[in-house]
Design a binder for this molecule. Structure first.
Ligand code: DOR
Length: 433
């Protein structure tokens, strides 16, 4: 394996409380970070990267990605998703189980992890479904999935699920410390809604789902967690009230964490106007008040991580009337630039705070040893040029998906080099694999 020397980069290490931002060199040998030091002299390095003026960080960790494989390889594959991730500076992704078949057994978990090792160019992890076939009726073989490498279990896509089963899941997962991830949305209350309830929906004559669709599930789940505290993660929260509830729960010491998507941080339901199906997503884009509350939640630590919820769909599934269009937005290749432009350029978060939400925090929630830029750690490193301005062009994506509402947006910040397990996979912004 080649040795790599990264020279003069601005190294961001949120774990280093005293000195989280410093100019240093990094030497990589045998897949690991061998040394981080100023003016490191390693004349024999096989590859030397000049990172002057660039941000050198642990590779990003995206804990919510719809890989579509197995079953919908026409939409995305592990090969294409991981190439898209690498281009975006993301070195670890957690796949979601709503594939076909559902990832609800040890066999399907093994399939995704093996395929990830064989065909992925970044680290591929997977979540398993909480219930069999994601039907919300019977718990899946959670222990067996964990034994075969599933990082957590999730009840995604607003599946019907009674409180009795939810409580049972908490009790069962607690016995072997399996974290649960939830997509908080009450399917009954949501009914046939296709976007957020509000004036934009009314204007277009579309059915809307109220914010309580989400906060009701958060509140009820928190009540259960008070009785059975077990690691619990609320994914893609969207409403002001959810953020308040999670903030209170954290203050009370409950073992809860939460994440937010880039699209909920940047857009509101007005993006759906003119029946723009590119902005149709589940949970839906909410109001400006909600958006600002999400940003506040990120700032004060109520929200721990930023995710993509990368959800590729076919063009034809979005080229239909709004009510019938598929839900989802892709994000692997735009995560960094959108978040950086909104949060760092606008001085909402400091660099260490920002990178913590994209590296160490999601890594620790999913119990991964990645997301760290320290000596002895596995060398998953991304180098970003914070000054590169570029225009998002969906036709240039590595992902098979084109469903983004951000096409044509001008953003700042791009991955120039990406290293996974000590191997250079992106050089000067281009994939090497
Ligand atoms: O917008 C979404 N798309 N939300 C989900 O919960 C599922 C996802 C998908 O799989 O397309």
């Amino acid at each position: 394996m080649k040795t790599i020397l990264i020279k003069n980069g601005t190294v961001i290490n949120p774990l280093n409380r005293r000195n989280p931002v410093r100019v240093a060199d990094i030497f990589i040998r045998d897949g690991k970070i061998a040394k981080i030091k100023q003016n490191l002299d390693r004349p024999g390095a096989d590859i030397v990267i000049n990172a002057k003026g660039k941000l050198v960080t642990a590779g990003l960790v995206d804990m919510h990605v719809h890989l579509r494989e197995p079953g919908r390889e026409d939409k995305e594959t592990i090969a294409t998703a991981t190439r898209a991730a690498a281009k975006g500076g993301i070195t670890t992704i957690l796949g979601m189980p709503n594939t076909s078949p559902t990832i609800d057994s040890q066999t399907t978990v093994k399939f995704v992890l093996e395929k990830g090792r064989e065909e992925g160019i970044v680290n591929v992890l997977t979540a398993g479904a909480l219930t069999k076939n994601m039907e919300g009726k019977e718990l899946a073989e959670i222990w067996e999935m964990k034994m075969n490498g599933a990082s957590m279990v999730i009840d995604d896509c607003a599946e019907e699920q009674g409180m009795r089963l939810r409580r049972l899941a908490l009790e069962y997962c607690k016995t072997f410390d399996m974290p649960i991830l939830t997509h908080p949305e009450d399917a009954d209350l949501k009914d046939d809604a296709v976007m957020n309830e509000g004036w934009a929906a009314t204007q277009m004559g579309l059915s809307g789902s109220p914010a309580s669709t989400e906060s009701l599930v958060v509140a009820r789940t928190l009540e259960l967690l008070r009785e059975v505290p077990t690691p619990y993660h609320f994914t893609h929260v969207t409403t002001e009230r959810s953020v308040e509830l999670i903030r209170e729960a954290k203050k009370d010491g409950l073992p809860v964490t939460a994440d937010v998507t880039t699209h909920h941080l940047l857009l509101t339901d007005e993006a759906c106007l003119n029946y723009n199906t590119a902005a149709k997503v589940d949970p839906p884009l909410r109001t400006e008040t909600d958006r600002l509350a999400l940003i506040e939640g990120l700032k004060d630590g109520s929200i721990d991580a930023i995710i993509t919820d990368h959800a590729p769909h076919l063009l034809v599934e979005k080229f239909v009337p709004f009510a019938e269009a598929a839900v989802g937005i892709i994000g692997l290749e735009t995560l960094f630039a959108l978040a950086y432009t909104e949060l760092v350029e606008k001085k909402v978060l400091s660099l260490p705070e920002f990178f913590a939400k994209l590296t160490i925090n999601p890594a620790s929630i999913i119990r991964s040893d990645r997301g760290k830029i320290v000596e002895e750690a596995i060398a998953d490193i991304s180098i970003f040029d914070p000054n590169e301005e570029w225009k998002i062009d969906k036709n240039k994506f590595q992902s098979k998906g084109r469903n983004t509402p951000f096409h044509g947006w001008k953003v700042k910040g791009k991955a120039s080099e990406v290293i996974v397990g000590g191997e250079l996979v992106v050089k000067q912004g281009e994939l090497l694999k």
